[in-house]
Write a protein that binds this ligand. Structure first.
Ligand code: ADP
Ligand code: MG
Length: 348
């Protein structure tokens, strides 16, 4: 029995799946989350609820664990760096700080000579006039966005003016890419030039929320290789430890762009649980806790569909699934519109 206890900040479905993988590796988990109803409390050894700046509670949490990781990126940098003085936080807090901020993230990617959408910082109303060539575009808050939250499509200056944006927060304006497809790469970095990388996953979004993923992605060889190369360069440059996801756009002329980086396990990688010998979650735990790196083997092609809002209800009623179907209920207490409630992976 291993003596390792892993602390996980964040108690949503990603935290749950990390805790399940840890258990398989005989690693105990303590989950810290600001939501007292967090679903991951059903899967961990100990659950602590508190805000992300409650020093006393955070210390209580840190004292129980050997390593700390997180399931989402919007944790205050100060909290992660204070924890890091006591126990190793992986991925490093500095990585999280960079990726939390859409502008810093895009500057970082461009500095690696990797293409992103064209973008500019917008700090007040008057700046938009000069940015007309980025329209049609999407205005996004620079921090705290997820599942399309904090995003506004803008087709014209008039439309922008009618939005009445509150500029006490920072924004980024991104040129709209005429999308042919979206893909993601999930990679787990263990050490210098030591990776396990999954094949590109093809993703479909509805209302800016991931709805459907599949492997293999229907892409050509150039994009297959370029997306993997770019993800490896990003992980290496960040000296990343753990699982990371890079989301990409492919436009109608088959140009590849990095959309964003998630410094964590990712929704599009849920299918790795059933389609590979080692899932993105297990790989994350292995890298963060310094366990053995196993060569990745694909077992099957797969599709994954997110069950959003009340779509979960009909699946909850089913008592049996086909042999190649794997249903996961996140056990969230309240069904809400646009809330990810569960998923179904099908091996094909
Ligand atoms: P989030 O942090 O909410 O995941 P993203 O920036 O990834 O935000 O945007 C969510 C989705 O919205 C993308 O996966 C894509 O479908 C669409 N989208 C966002 N930005 C653009 C863009 N510049 N061009 C085209 N589609 C976009
Ligand atoms: Mg995204």
């Amino acid at each position: 029995m291993s003596e390792i206890t892993l602390g996980i900040i964040g108690g949503g479905q990603l935290g749950s799946m990390l805790a399940i993988s840890a258990k398989k590796l005989n690693i105990k988990t303590v989950i810290y989350c600001d939501d007292p109803d967090a679903p991951a409390q059903n899967f961990c050894n100990k659950f602590i609820s508190g805000t992300y700046n409650d020093k006393e509670k955070i210390i209580e949490f840190v004292n129980l664990v050997n390593y700390v990781t997180y399931e989402f990126e919007n944790i205050p940098f100060e909290t992660l760096s204070e924890i890091n003085k006591l126990k190793p936080v992986l991925p490093k807090p500095s990585v999280n700080r960079l990726i939390q901020h859409r502008l810093a993230e895009k500057d970082f990617v461009n500095n690696l000579n990797i293409r992103t959408t064209r973008y500019a910082s917008v700090e007040n109303e008057s700046e938009i006039e000069a940015l007309e060539d980025l329209l049609p575009g999407i205005l996004k808050t620079t921090t705290l966005g997820y599942d399309g939250k904090g995003q506004y499509p803008v087709n014209s200056i008039e439309e922008f003016n009618s939005l009445n944006i509150d500029f006490s927060k920072g924004y980024i304006l991104e040129k709209l890419v005429k999308l042919k497809k979206e893909i993601s790469i999930i990679i787990t970095r263990f050490d210098i030039q030591k990776y396990e990388i999954y094949e590109p996953i093809e993703n479909k979004h509805e209302d800016q929320i991931l709805k459907f993923s599949k492997i293999p992605a229907d892409i050509d060889e150039k994009i297959y290789n370029q997306s993997k190369d770019w993800a490896m360069s990003i992980a290496e440059e960040l000296k990343y430890v753990g699982t990371l996801c890079v989301e990409f756009f492919i436009d109608r002329n088959d140009n590849l762009y990095v959309n964003e980086i998630a410094p964590r396990v990712h929704n599009s990688g849920h299918l790795t649980i059933n389609a590979y010998n080692v899932s993105q979650f297990e790989n994350h735990i292995r890298a963060v806790c310094g366990l053995e790196q196993l060569p990745l083997k694909k077992l099957s092609n797969a599709t994954m569909v997110n069950l959003i809002g009340d779509q979960i209800s009909e699946y909850r009623k089913l008592s049996k699934f086909k042999e190649n179907e794997f249903f996961f209920d996140y056990l969230k207490k309240v069904i809400k519109e646009k809330r990810k409630m569960g998923h179904l992976t099908t091996l094909v």
